[in-house]
Design a protein around this ligand. Structure first.
Ligand SMILES: Nc1nc2c(ncn2[C@@H]2O[C@H](COP(=O)(O)OP(=O)(O)OP(=O)(O)O)[C@@H](O)[C@H]2O)c(=O)[nH]1
Ligand SMILES: [Mg+2]
Ligand SMILES: [Zn+2]
Length: 292
């Protein structure tokens, strides 16, 4: 489903339909706005379909909207999987952004995996740092080239039958990956700006697309920044998988792993169990997080 203003595009018995959305569910309304992936019961009224309140969500991918006020921006809901898409070059995705996207998924209850795209642009040695940094952070890392088709089958096999979100900054190749997985989607592909080496926001709204193979894929506009929603200091450690696994060994149960006595996490930081970049990323996010 897809909503803009007071109308939403929905599927009713496999047919697309437009539904008028009551004010309280509109974007920007004080109540809960509808988001891609929401499920609605519709009743046939005299003027077309009439929506009932949205059903409870099982998961959501939500960041803090940009701007001075702390308000959530729900990107998509009821997701089975978030595919965090990074690219090794043109533009090279910073690890910090990948970490933020992984944290956002974890806080919203969405399992996540990592796709490292554009591998055709770099020598194979350049991929090692991705493997080393993220092997303990996610179950699955897949290296792809949406240009040559490398790795696409492996990715397609995982997402078939699932409701999947593609998340990553502009220009990393999310839409081209989607087209490779299901060519009938025919999504618009951007060009990388020569001046900045960055993408230019080709995809303008998040929409769920039905895959020919089964399942749904949400392509999103580039997320250059991502402040995870609901990030409190006490929840952060559980969103870094390596830290969550180590934490029971810390002396204090409420250890925040930043210098407390008997902290196992800090002790192993810099070993393969917890790469230094991941630990530093955790500390940076911890300093941004709200205190409990
Ligand atoms: N060399 C190479 N180029 C790629 C690859 N994947 C995508 N591109 C190129 O990168 C550019 C951006 O691709 P898009 O699929 O539009 O990127 P996007 O992530 O959807 O970007 P937004 O919609 O702006 O968020 C296009 O010029 C693609 O042709 C790849 O694997 N290798
Ligand atoms: Mg796109
Ligand atoms: Zn600790």
């Amino acid at each position: 489903m897809w909503a803009v203003g007071n109308r939403a595009r929905v599927l009713v018995d496999n047919e697309r339909a437009l539904v008028n959305i009551p004010g309280r569910w509109r974007l920007g309304a004080r109540g809960r706005a509808l988001a891609p992936g929401d499920r609605l019961m519709l009743r046939r009224g005299t003027h077309g379909w009439r929506p009932e309140p949205p059903l409870p969500r099982k998961s959501e991918f939500t960041r803090r909207a940009s701007g001075p006020k702390s308000v959530p921006q729900v990107i998509a809901v009821n997701l089975d999987l978030a595919v965090v898409v990074a690219s090794v070059d043109q533009p090279e995705t910073p690890f910090g952004l990948v970490d933020r996207l992984l944290v956002t998924a974890a806080l919203g209850g969405v399992p996540a995996m990592l796709v490292v795209n554009k591998v055709d642009l770099v020598p194979p040695e350049r991929l090692d740092r991705w493997r080393t940094n993220y092997q303990g952070a996610v179950d699955e890392i897949i290296f792809t080239s949406a240009l040559t088709g490398y790795g696409i089958l492996e990715l397609a096999k995982i997402i078939v039958g699932l409701v999947t979100l593609l998340a990553g900054s502009s220009g990393v190749g999310k839409s081209l990956l989607a087209n490779r997985i299901d060519p009938s989607l025919n999504l618009k592909i951007g060009e990388i700006s020569r001046a900045t080496g960055k993408g230019r926001h080709i995809t303008s709204a998040t929409e769920l697309h039905r895959l020919e193979q089964g399942g749904w894929l949400a392509d999103t506009p580039g997320l250059r920044e991502c402040a995870p929603w609901g990030m409190t200091q006490d929840r952060l450690a559980s969103t870094f998988r390596e830290i969550e696994e180590l934490a029971p060994g810390c002396h204090f149960r409420d250890c925040l792993h930043r210098g407390e006595a008997g902290c196992v996490v800090q002790a192993v930081a810099g070993t393969p169990e917890l790469p230094l970049k991941r630990y530093r990323s955790y500390l940076k996010l911890l300093s941004e997080a709200e205190s409990p």
